[in-house]
Design a protein around this ligand. Structure first.
Ligand code: UDP
Length: 415
């Protein structure tokens, strides 16, 4: 059979994001880095000429319809079970078939042909695998988190067998797995017996034009923190991210009056966890030193990272850890546990520190090193930002495009 390069038209890619909407409330219980990733990558790929349709479930307040995203990517909400924002992810499993049928109906109605399916998280992987088989195209998957890794850590509730089995089936049936770190690649090989050659590492990114230093000091004035040092936490409020460990560390610093702690993230879907943290803070005598800011939009986050003296990332597990990149892009140092790829990103003593053994005492010791320093200078801020300049989403999409093209030889047609 002879192949020749036909038109240069890029393929249409179906992104599957069943449980989490790329336009959802970031920092709520189940909406965070994955939504940011999908939105940023879809827009970048669309800017490179790919056509991207992102499928997610209908949920309040998005009742349906097609929402155009910048760059020509589209977000499509379709039926898949309950529409409330805070549904437990696992309860969507019985609705996967409905979701698949809705996507197929949409594709038929719109006369769209997809050249590749790119699924996010295991529930989407189950749906995406079926769609790819029906359409006779390749299936690329990014899990974002893995049940086996979570369960090995024994933090929070264990993940159900259903998820473990589902992940394993997707790992073995798909054509390509994308991970954001080498560490995650090894975990998938080891814990799910995945052939290493099936897994490609493509790092995550940061929006460098949005996340940049704000030198006006406005937020410090608004928060009336005077010259107290600000220790910042940004993220979903859940045990795996270790906010309780941060409070344990801060309790060891309660004799010092020169700091306060801002906790960003969490809405009513995280009320129970926030309640536990508030009780812990009061019990350990630091209740007055914490500010729970709730959800903060990404547009406003640069002011928080710029005002902070450090971002604490006390997580037990991160598949990448976007907030660390965002803080560094704003010139804010990051004190983090050894998760994701942060060890390769943070320069110890210059742009932050890694806490090797994740205990309250070790975390406190590293935090003290940073709050004992004079406030950072404009030059230091600029130097920290420089360390992450290579992480623009355009670079991430460029690397992903190579993976997409290798699975999707749309330009090569049999004649
Ligand atoms: N985020 C936000 N507002 C909040 C809390 C978090 O916009 O109140 C965003 C944050 O900017 C980051 C994402 O949510 O882009 C969290 O991603 P990360 O990789 O750190 O954690 P994940 O949610 O994937 O576990």
């Amino acid at each position: 059979m002879i192949y020749q390069v036909a038109s240069c038209q890029k393929p249409r890619i179906a992104f599957i994001s069943l449980h989490s909407c790329p336009l959802g409330n970031l920092g709520a219980k189940d909406t965070g880095g994955m939504s940011v990733y999908i939105r940023e990558v879809a827009v970048q790929l669309a800017g490179m000429g790919y056509h991207v349709d992102i499928f997610t479930r209908k949920h309040e307040p998005h009742g349906g319809g097609i929402i155009p995203l910048a760059g020509g990517a589209r977000l499509i909400h379709l039926d898949a079970g309950e529409q409330c924002e805070t549904t437990e992810k696992i309860s969507l499993y019985p609705h996967i078939d409905t979701f698949i049928q809705e996507i197929q109906k949409f594709a038929r109605r719109q006369k769209e042909q997809y050249g590749l399916v790119f699924s996010h998280y295991w529930l989407s992987g189950v749906a995406g695998g079926q769609l790819a088989r029906d359409w006779g195209v390749g299936h690329m998957v990014m899990f974002h988190t893995l049940a086996a890794v979570k369960n090995n850590l024994r933090v929070g509730n264990p993940e159900p067998q259903l998820r473990l089995k589902g992940e394993k089936a997707v790992v073995h049936s798909c054509q390509k797995i994308i991970t954001a770190t080498q560490r995650e690649r090894q975990s998938i090989s080891l814990l799910y017996d995945a052939p290493p050659e099936k897994i490609s590492v493509v790092t995550c990114g940061v929006n460098m034009s949005l996340f940049k230093p704000r030198l006006d000091g406005q937020l410090r004035k608004e928060l009336a923190v005077d010259d107290r040092r600000i220790i910042l936490y940004v993220g979903r409020i859940e045990p795996l991210k270790g906010p309780h460990l941060l409070l344990e560390a801060l309790a060891l610093l309660k004799h010092r009056q020169d700091w306060c702690c801002l906790i960003v993230g969490g809405d009513q879907s995280s009320n129970e966890e926030i309640g536990h943290l508030k009780e812990q803070a009061i019990r350990s005598g630091i209740g007055e030193r914490l500010v729970f800011a709730g959800l903060v939009s990404q547009e406003k986050l640069p002011a928080y990272y710029s005002a902070a003296d450090l971002l604490a990332v006390p997580s037990f597990y991160e598949s990448f850890g976007l907030v660390a990149l965002e803080a560094l892009a704003c010139g804010c140092p990051v004190v983090a546990s050894d998760v994701g790829d942060l060890k390769n990103i943070i320069t110890p003593g210059m742009s932050g520190d890694i806490v090797e053994k994740l205990t309250g005492a070790d975390l406190a010791a590293k935090i003290v090193n940073w709050i004992n320093r004079p406030a950072r200078t404009v030059e230091e801020t600029g130097a920290i930002r420089k360390t992450v300049e290579r992480f623009g989403w355009d670079n991430v999409a460029g690397e992903l495009a190579k993976e997409i093209d290798s699975l999707c030889p749309q330009a090569a047609r049999a004649v």
